[in-house]
Design a protein. Structure first.
Length: 428
């Protein structure tokens, strides 16, 4: 595995691909796609909108976004396979709530719109082989920002959205709403897919052969020459190969794919500001993006946060050294790099990711039970004589639905405590 990982790291890097952009009317087709495994070869089948990620959808405030959602997945087990007797225990203790994996719908993560009619309702149901017409009126006063779309059919959301069915949705800034130095920045949309092949396979196993059935399930979605004979133990969530437990670190650890690519490179001009739109889709982990190596032969890159989760900061930008993202969150960052005075041919930096799993436990505690740091993307900085100034502070006009409530006085009778306890057996 170490040799395979070294070979994957030594492979030629590809320039960051530009995700196709579409405008209304949009057709999204849910289908089975291959998710390659960079270390050991082969792939797992997962679900996506034709590719990972899906196309970037762009709208303007006041637009009506029309989407035709087609479900081209096979029938698979349906709602009848779900067991709701012990849903309060969570899926670790009752995996039969993971079911109907080929049933879907569509949710826009971040838009302030109504769920009524043929709009953004998580209760809509698109069965295999059928389609749905979705109409999303975007309010004229909607704040511009970076958002996400993904399936939200209950019982299959994590398997689908975390498996690859997601894409960026951008509400564009009206002309003149931003300072010119922000408006003129070249944009790059980076959809980060935190793929967890082991978890994807676990969902598939649970969706077909779970505790209630009490059996092993040979995973038909897996294609890999390194592990030709294996079974997935739906009870313990572990792999069994040749009748022996193989354990962890099989080369199916979580990977971050950037616009569907494994450790691509992005080429920038030195001292030029860019606007990076980061979007993260994951099953349950969060990530922190950072540059670990600040040696002399590395480009010095600067991060200035403009917006978080589709909302501009009250006063932007704000310099940050790490970009924190949980599944479904977004960050708009002004980004520039510079080289040393002897780097006449340019320089390179590496943006890394740290993946963290912090499940909520008893008493609201969130201990970190899993952490891994690895390379995510190379930043190639080409030499340039251009100069750029530090960014000036600015504020944007905010719509009425984004009222500032930080200093609001709330009557004590309206104070409530909300908890979502989850029982995670750490052994799993």
């Amino acid at each position: 595995l170490a040799a395979a990982r070294a070979a994957a790291d030594a492979a030629p890097t590809q320039e960051l691909r530009v995700i196709p952009e579409v405008r209304s009317p949009v057709t999204l087709t849910m289908t089975a796609v291959k998710l390659p495994l960079p270390y050991i070869g082969g792939y797992v089948y997962t679900r996506a909108y034709g590719d990972i990620p899906g196309p970037t959808i762009r709208v303007k405030p006041g637009d009506t976004l029309k989407i035709t959602l087609k479900n081209d997945l096979g029938p698979g087990p349906g709602i009848d396979a779900c067991d709701m007797d012990h849903t309060n225990l969570g899926f670790f203790m009752n995996p039969d709530v993971i079911c109907a994996l080929n049933h879907t719908n569509l949710h826009t993560h971040g838009l302030h719109i109504s769920p009524e009619g043929n709009a953004d309702s998580v209760f809509r149901h698109v069965q295999p082989g059928s389609s749905d017409e979705i109409v999303l009126p975007i309010p004229k006063n909607h704040m511009a920002g970076t958002h996400l779309y993904h399936p939200h059919f209950h019982h299959s959301t994590a398997a689908q959205a975390g498996g690859g069915a997601h894409g960026a949705l951008i509400v564009e800034d009206p002309p003149g709403s931003l300072p010119k130095f922000i408006e003129d920045m070249e944009e790059k949309t980076l959809v980060l897919s935190l793929a967890n092949p082991a978890k994807v396979m676990r969902f598939e196993a649970w969706g077909h052969a779970t505790l209630k059935k009490g059996k092993f399930w040979e995973q038909q979605l897996w294609r890999n020459p390194v592990y030709p004979d294996w079974e997935w133990d739906a009870v313990s969530g572990t792999l069994n190969e040749h009748s022996s437990l193989t354990g962890d670190h099989l080369g199916i650890d979580p990977h971050v794919y950037v616009n569907g690519q494994y450790i691509p490179k992005v080429t920038l001009k030195e001292n030029k500001w860019y606007r990076f739109r980061f979007v993260l889709a994951a099953i349950e982990m969060r990530v922190e993006l950072h540059q670990n190596d600040h040696s002399e032969d590395q480009a010095a890159c600067e991060y200035q946060l403009l917006a978080k989760d589709g909302i501009y900061l009250h006063e932007a930008p704000r310099r940050v050294h790490r970009i924190s993202l949980v599944s479904g969150s977004r960050a708009d960052v002004a980004f520039r790099c510079s080289c040393g005075y002897l780097d006449f041919d340019g320089c390179t930096a590496t943006m890394n990711f740290t993946a963290l799993w912090q499940p909520m436990g008893v008493g609201g505690l969130a201990p970190t039970v899993e952490s891994s740091t690895y390379k995510m993307m190379h930043v190639v900085t080409e030499p340039s004589t251009a100069k750029s100034s530090p960014l000036e502070k600015f504020s944007v006009r905010r719509p009425c639905y984004l009222a500032d409530l930080r200093d609001a006085k709330v009557p004590r009778k309206n104070h409530h405590k909300f908890e979502m306890p989850q029982m995670y057996p750490m052994i799993l």
